[in-house]
Design a protein around this ligand. Structure first.
Ligand code: NAP
Length: 491
C-alpha cells in the first residue's frame, strides 16, 4: 500500500554499466522522468560487450530483429544476424535518440558500493564519490577475459591477444593465424579469417556441436518494407518461427530427454555427418558430450570453412606455447605469426572485483564465495535497493538477452515503484525466499543439459549450471510482478 499523505519519493538511481542493460534502464527511467539518474561506465565509450568485442567476423547469433529493444525496432539491420559493429551503432543511436548521453559518466569504474545510513555510497576509480538511493547493476556477464594459463604464452614471438582485446594494428592478411578456443567467438573468427590468412590453425581442446543457421543479408526492398510496415518486424521477433524455436530450445535445456532435445541432437549430428566429407576430419570434429551441453554454436559455414586447404583443425591438449607457435602434447608444433586467444571469459565474477557491502556488513564476495546467485538474477538478501539486470541465475542460452533484460527491468521498475510510493524505504528479497529459490534452482539445474558432462562457463565451482533451470515461460511469469511478501520491506 502506498502512503497517500506522502509525496512520491524522488530517488537518485545509480546505474553501473552502459551496455545493453544499463542503457535500457537509463532510457526507461528517463522516459518516466521522475528520478535523478546517473550511469557510471568504466570504459571511454558505451556499448558493453559490443564495444569490447571487435574481432573479425563478430556477429550476434540471435536474429537481429529479436536482438533489439522492444520499444526501438530497427528496420535497417543489414542481415538476419547482425554484425557486431552494427549492433554497437544501434546502441549508440539509442543513447543519442533518447537523450541519455548526458547521464553517462565515462571512464568511471565503480570500485565500491557500500550501504550506509539508508543509501548506497559509490566510489569510482577516479575518486568520485556519490550517494544514491538505488543501484542498478548492469555490468554484464562476459567482460573479464579469461587468459589461459598455458606455459610459455609470454614467450610467443608474434602478436597475441585475447579476442575481446583485438589489436587492429596487427596485419592479418597473408599471415599464419592460430586461434585457441572454439566457442562462438573462435568459430566466428575462423570463418572470417579463412581466405584472408595464408593459414588458419584452429586449436580446440574439445570439439563443438554446430547448429546450422542461415544468415542472409536483407535487401534494400526488405528494409524499405520493414520501414513501411513494422508488423513485418514483429513477425520475425514475435512470430511462430522464432518464438517456437526459443520455446523448444528452452524445453530441451531443462529436460535433456525431451523430444526437442532429441531434435536438436539429430540436426547437429546430421550437420556433421553430411557436411564434413573427410571421415578423418569428421571424427576429429565429433564432440564426446551431448549437444547444447556447452552453449550451442550457430554457424552458417564453419564446416565448409574448415575443409579449405588453408585451414587446419587441431584437436587436443596444448603442451606449451613456444616463440614459433603452439606445441601440442602429441609433439606437433603449429607455427603461427599471430595468436588469437578465443578463450572466453570469467563469467562468475559478474560485477566483481567491485567491493559491495550491504546492510549489517553483508559482503558480496563472502555471499558469493561458493557460487554467484541472485533471486531471479535480480535481488539479494541484505542488499536493499540493489538490483541486477542479467545477474547470476538468469536464463542463458541461444536467445535474446535483451528480452531477459527487459523482463527483469519491468520487475525492477515495480520494486522501485514501491520505494517511490513510500511503501517502504528499503527493499530486498528475504533470506528465506533466497534460500528456497537457491535450493530449488540448484536441484533443477543439476538436471539440465548443461550438467550432462562437459566444461563450460555456465558451470559454477561445484559443477552446477548457474543459470535459470526452468522454462522461458516460467521466467516470464515469475518476473511479471513481484510477490512483495517474498521481500524484506523496511519502513
Ligand atoms: P567460450 O564459449 O567460453 O569458449 C572458450 C573456448 O576456449 C573453449 O573452446 C575452451 O575450451 C577454450 N579454452 C579455454 N581455456 C583454454 C586453455 N587453457 N587451453 C585451450 N583451450 C582453452 O568463450 P567464447 O567463445 O568467447 O564465448 C563466450 C560466450 O560469449 C558464448 O557462450 C556466448 O554466450 C557469447 N558469445 C555470443 C556470440 C553470439 O553470436 N551471440 C558470439 C560470441 C560469443 P573447452 O571447451 O575445452 O573448455
Amino acid at each position: 500500500m502506498s502512503n497517500p499523505d506522502r509525496a512520491p519519493r524522488q530517488l537518485r538511481v545509480g546505474i553501473i554499466g552502459a551496455g545493453m542493460a544499463g542503457i535500457l534502464a537509463a532510457i526507461r527511467l528517463r522516459q518516466q522522468g521522475r528520478h535523478e539518474v546517473i550511469v557510471y561506465e568504466k570504459a571511454d565509450r558505451i556499448g558493453g560487450t559490443w564495444r569490447e568485442n571487435t574481432y573479425p567476423g563478430l556477429n550476434c547469433d540471435v536474429p537481429a530483429h529479436a536482438y533489439t529493444y522492444s520499444f526501438a525496432p530497427n528496420p535497417e539491420w543489414s542481415s538476419f544476424l547482425a554484425p557486431g559493429p552494427e549492433i554497437q551503432r544501434y546502441f549508440e543511436d539509442q543513447v543519442a535518440h533518447h537523450g541519455i548521453g548526458s547521464l553517462i559518466r565515462l571512464g568511471q569504474e565503480v570500485k565500491s558500493c557500500v550501504w550506509r545510513d539508508g543509501r548506497w555510497h559509490i566510489e569510482t576509480s577516479k575518486g568520485v564519490k556519490d550517494a544514491v538511493d538505488v543501484v542498478i547493476v548492469a555490468t554484464g556477464v562476459l567482460h573479464h577475459p579469461n587468459l589461459p594459463q598455458i606455459e610459455g604464452l609470454e614467450s610467443f614471438a608474434g602478436a597475441k591477444f585475447h579476442t575481446a582485446r583485438w589489436d587492429h594494428s596487427v596485419p592479418l592478411d597473408g599471415r599464419r593465424i592460430g586461434i585457441i578456443g572454439n566457442g562462438s567467438t573462435g568459430v566466428q573468427l575462423v570463418s572470417a579469417l579463412a581466405g584472408r590468412a595464408s593459414r588458419v590453425v584452429h586449436i580446440q581442446r574439445s570439439p563443438q556441436w554446430i547448429m546450422p543457421m542461415p544468415n542472409d543479408p536483407y535487401t534494400d526492398e526488405q528494409r524499405a518494407a520493414f520501414r513501411q510496415d513494422p508488423k513485418l518486424i514483429d513477425e520475425i521477433r514475435y512470430g511462430e518461427w522464432y518464438t517456437e524455436r526459443v520455446r523448444r530450445f528452452t524445453e530441451a535445456i531443462i529436460d535433456h530427454d525431451s523430444a526437442p532435445m532429441h531434435e536438436i541432437e539429430a540436426i547437429v549430428l546430421e550437420n556433421l555427418e553430411s557436411n564434413v566429407r573427410d571421415p578423418v576430419l569428421r571424427e576429429k570434429l565429433r564432440p564426446g558430450y551431448r549437444a547444447a551441453c556447452k552453449r550451442l554454436i550457430y554457424s552458417p559455414d564453419y564446416y565448409e570453412v574448415v575443409q579449405r586447404p588453408d585451414v587446419d583443425v587441431v584437436v587436443g591438449a596444448i603442451e606449451r606455447i613456444e616463440p614459433a607457435g603452439v606445441r601440442m602434447r602429441d609433439g606437433a608444433l603449429h607455427e603461427v605469426d599471430v595468436l588469437a586467444l578465443a578463450t572466453g571469459f570469467k563469467a562468475h565474477l559478474y560485477m566483481r572485483p567491485m567491493l559491495v557491502q550491504g546492510r549489517d556488513d553483508a559482503d558480496l564476495d563472502r555471499l558469493w564465495a561458493r557460487h554467484a546467485t541472485a533471486y531471479l538474477g535480480i535481488s539479494l538478501p541484505g542488499f536493499p535497493n540493489f538490483f541486477m539486470i542479467n545477474g547470476p541465475t538468469g536464463p542463458v542460452g541461444n536467445f535474446s538477452l535483451i528480452d531477459i533484460a527487459e523482463r527483469q527491468w519491468g520487475y525492477i521498475e515495480q520494486l522501485i515503484g514501491a520505494l517511490e510510493a513510500g511503501r517502504c524505504r528499503e527493499i530486498s528479497v528475504s533470506a528465506a525466499t533466497m534460500k528456497d529459490y537457491d535450493e530449488r534452482r540448484i536441484a533443477a539445474a543439476r538436471k539440465t543439459i548443461f550438467a550432462t558432462g562437459c566444461s563450460s562457463w555456465y558451470l559454477d565451482a561445484d559443477g552446477v549450471p548457474s543459470s535459470w533451470p526452468w522454462s522461458y515461460d516460467a521466467f516470464a511469469s515469475e518476473t511479471a510482478a513481484p510477490r512483495f511478501h517474498e521481500f524484506d520491506l523496511t519502513a
